[in-house]
Design a protein around this ligand. Sequence first.
Ligand code: BES
Ligand code: MN
Ligand code: ZN
Length: 534
Amino acid sequence: MQFSTKIFPQADLHSPKLLKAGLKSVLANATDCLVLPYSKADFEGFAGAKGAKAQAGLLGELDQFLGGSVAHAKALGDLDGKVTSVCVLRADKSWAAAGVKAKRVLLLGIGDLHSAADRGLIAYSKVARAALKSLSGGSIENALWFTPGFKDLKDVASVAEEVRLTIQYAGDQAYRFGVRQPAMKFKAKDTADSFKHLTFAGNDAISKDLKLAVEQGAAMVEGMNVAKDLGNLPPNICTPTYLGKTAQALAKKTSLKVEVLGLKQIEALGMGSFLSVAKGSDTPPQFIVMRHQGGKAGEAPIVLVGKGITFDTGGISLKPGEAMDEMKYDMCGAASVIGALYSAALMGLKKNVIGVIPTCENMPSGGATRPGDIVKSMSGQTIEILNTDAEGRLILCDALTYVERFKPRAVIDVATLTGACVIALGHVHSGLFSEDQGLVDALTKAGQASLDTVWRLPLDAAYHEQLKSNFADVANIGGRPGGSITAACFLSRFTEKYKWAHLDIAGTAWKSGAAKGSTGRPVPLLVNYLLEQN
Ligand code: BES
Ligand code: MN
Ligand code: ZN
């Protein structure tokens, strides 16, 4: 999928004065489909086929250029003015005679601009999805898209948000598994969508912001595609070594600097907790560090830490067999961190960002950790492992100690950490845990701006009680009540030296059932968060 911008200097469809000339210039542009949003007021102000008299307003002016086909569609009831309704008009000879080069015009109902329900990003997302769906799977290869500017028709910020969201959804729609993975020996199952090129139309007033938003959105889709591919790849291909190789391959394409530490180096760092998970597997653990140096040399970095369990059997505390294949997705935290770093590099983000990924398998074997084993973390704290299936926190805690060396301005870890989070929040919001209000606000806002949302859960001292151990400094489980919270509390014990937030993406990173597949979340959230930091 390709994204681009096209500027029509005068095209301001909201200014009655410029409407006619603007429309003319836009319609004279060759495209398979011109996507034009119209409001309820536009619809109501258009009388339809009332004689041959020229009518003012968007639809009236358009009808002049399109030889009456707008009025015809209205008479047939195809153009109904409702929000999310899509009406595709097809060119005939009269269009060409009027200088129209668009082969189709898709009239997109954006509803009542004075009603709160029809405004805002959630409403826009439904409108955009409806239009994208009708562009897909047919003979339309490219489209020219007019973004309405939902919050305020002249609000550039809202246009940028809408453009990025449209690109995000177009990327979701165009995604096919495996097509860009060299490791896939078998043929990709799906064929590519016929719809391949989306161009955003703008005028002089928004040209700079529009171009930037399109670049950012396109870079975000690339990061999401990487995250989705890594998540969807089978666990016999997507091993810790494969994750490291992927990070290195992305570094070759960009300015990212990547370092991959192996077993010996992880041992030398004293990561006894991480290694206790890795030791049941025949495949070696890796510790990946990715750097995007977009800011000044000494500037404190934002650090992202991702859980990279390439397969979670539960270890000796073996999981039940049902849907165990989905535990290949237990590296989606890592995948989203790799994806976000790739996006940051592609968009030339002017900040320092570091991605850190502890990655291994959680397998049962003669060499595996037992329930009851006590291990020493890199921080020096000893951990009594009461359940080997609570392994994510065991690999993350050492990574959280490791990142102290970067003197980070903020650390955000991303993990498919607990089944309890799926029970608490379902598949809608990711769990957000942090005691730093600034981080909570920033991440919440970034989630809302990309509709990749989070919901805050508590981290109070009272929950820490559940992690007491009779034999070590801390236990790795706190029982079933508040399982996501005690998991986050466990992590918080290793984050005292910096501002920290934890995202539990167990319910949001992938879909089960017929639509089984990685969602690419929370790459949009992370990218939006990074973009918003000064
Ligand atoms: N990777 C799982 C969490 C998970 C389970 C995510 C199901 C998505 C769907 C994690 O390692 C795990 O097994 N957690 C245990 C913790 C428990 C043993 C305290 C869980 O959630 O059951
Ligand atoms: Mn587990
Ligand atoms: Zn796990």
